[in-house]
Design a protein around this ligand. Structure first.
Ligand code: HEM
Length: 418
């Protein structure tokens, strides 16, 4: 059978060319893989959900209650055997994908793996993270319960706040001034077709470039075989490890999803005229926090009736500036040699401390998302954010220098300890 296929498809040549690629074995390299497993799980559980979900806001009668069809179809999914668990696995996997992609980004950042020749893959990775977050947001809108309608309205408002073009963009994406009868079909098409296709295309490119350029090598490679690419072949060893990791992923996510059913629509109820107090998911909380502490009446008038308002500053400008810095990073922080080994974070105290300061910024702005509950004033929260971010930078820098000393110049910055 193998010979028959080999004669027609040149399997042996394919095996030699692609499946014997060397994969370095290092725990931090599993983060990219976990992101990929979460995505695969999202697609598989998403197929089940799409078989049973109705993308419509028309009102139907179910057991004497008048409900939007989209909302009623989620209740139907929850009533199917394993329906609630599979929906919960889908929701948890979205959270895991975003968390794992962010940790993967941090790993690339603190080890300098974004530098030449990997700038393109860094940019594609940023695109992947951005599209993953937007896909999760569109998924939130679909149950059309009181929570999701309010959260989507916040998203609509942020999009519409962009001077001159915002309103037009938001109306195209949300099918008019959200919520209209066109909103859910449009968001559904983006969520189940266009964004997943884009993610698959970007992911395919990400993997092809990674295989072509090869991984950056972890520390032990330099000790064991300096100058050589070290690792286990993709097939069977790496494939075997990935299978085990994926099975482990499934075990953990099914346990979590079964124990804590995500987004219980029945508890939120169908949309009502009053707006419930909702907080977005954790990955949007830092943006929500910034929005909380910029006075709502803040406005700068622009020519032609346009304004810069607080929603634009908190929801578009600040995240956009951070994104721009990330895009420019590999072109500003350059190196002359072809990077082969991972850099040791403690040998690059400035970059590592900036990474910690960025995390402190995101954590303190997330804290601002609980402004009401903690009873903090805007001034106190701004002070916590600014002082917290600067103090984290200084403390991380001093700790690194105190424990590991000043970094030597040149190539010594590469990982030399296992
Ligand atoms: C969101 C979906 C993503 C998936 C599924 C994904 C998947 C992967 C996988 C499986 C690898 C190889 C294993 C590893 O190095 O961890 C990898 C490598 C890489 N990824 Fe991602 N990634 C994603 C997002 C990102 C992001 C957000 C960035 C950074 C902005 C990024 C930048 C890179 C780079 C530069 C490499 C090569 C690393 C090296 O050679 O050491 N990726 N990715």
């Amino acid at each position: 059978m193998y010979r028959w296929l080999d004669e027609r498809l040149s399997l042996t040549r394919f095996n030699k060319k692609f499946l014997r690629k060397a994969f370095p074995v290092h725990h931090s390299f599993f983060l990219g893989e976990i992101t990929m497993f979460a995505f695969i799980t999202l697609v598989l559980t998403g197929i089940f959900l799409s078989f049973n979900y109705e993308p419509s806001t028309r009102i139907i009668k179910v057991a004497g209650r008048e409900l939007p069809a989209a909302y009623a179809s989620i209740l139907y999914i929850d009533s199917l055997p394993f329906g609630a668990v599979l929906r919960s696995v889908h929701h948890w996997s979205a959270n895991i994908m975003i968390a794992a992609a962010f940790l993967h980004l941090l790993r690339i950042l603190v080890t300098g793996a974004y530098k030449k020749p990997r700038e393109i893959n860094w940019l594609i990775g940023l695109g992947l993270l951005g599209v993953a977050v937007v896909t999760a947001f569109t998924g939130y809108s679909l149950p059309f319960d009181a929570f999701s309608v309010t959260a989507t309205q916040i998203g609509y408002g942020i999009g519409a706040s962009m001077p001159y073009i915002g309103e037009w963009i938001s109306k195209v994406i949300f099918g008019g001034e959200y919520p209209t009868m066109h909103s859910i079909p449009r968001i559904y098409s983006l969520h189940v077709l266009w964004f997943p296709l884009l993610l698959m295309a970007l992911l395919g490119l990400h993997m092809l470039i990674m295989i072509k350029q090869k991984h950056t090598q972890p520390a032990y490679a330099k000790k064991v075989a300096p100058g050589k690419i070290l690792g286990v072949p993709m097939m069977p060893q790496q494939g075997f490890m990935m299978t085990i990791l994926y099975l482990l992923y499934l075990a953990v996510v099914f346990f979590i999803a079964g124990t804590w059913i995500a987004h219980p629509v029945e508890a939120f109820g169908p949309p009502t005229a009053s707006t419930p107090a909702v907080k977005p998911d954790w990955y949007f909380l830092w943006i929500y926090g910034i929005l909380q502490i910029i006075p709502g009446d803040f406005k700068i008038a622009l020519p032609g009736d346009a304004v810069i308002n607080s929603e634009f500053i908190g929801g578009v400008l600040i995240p956009g500036l951070l994104g721009l810095v990330a895009v420019l990073l590999p072109f500003v922080d350059t190196r002359k040699t072809k990077q082969r080994y991972l850099e040791l974070p403690t040998r690059h105290p400035v970059r590592t401390s900036i990474t910690f300061a960025l995390l402190a910024f995101m954590l303190t702005t997330t804290l601002a998302g609980w402004k009401e509950e903690f009873g903090f004033s805007n001034g106190t929260l701004w002070a916590i954010i600014i002082i917290g971010t600067l103090a984290t930078y200084i403390a991380s820098y001093l700790i690194i220098i105190a424990y590991w000393g000043k970094p030597p110049k040149g190539e010594a910055g590469e990982l030399e300890e296992a």
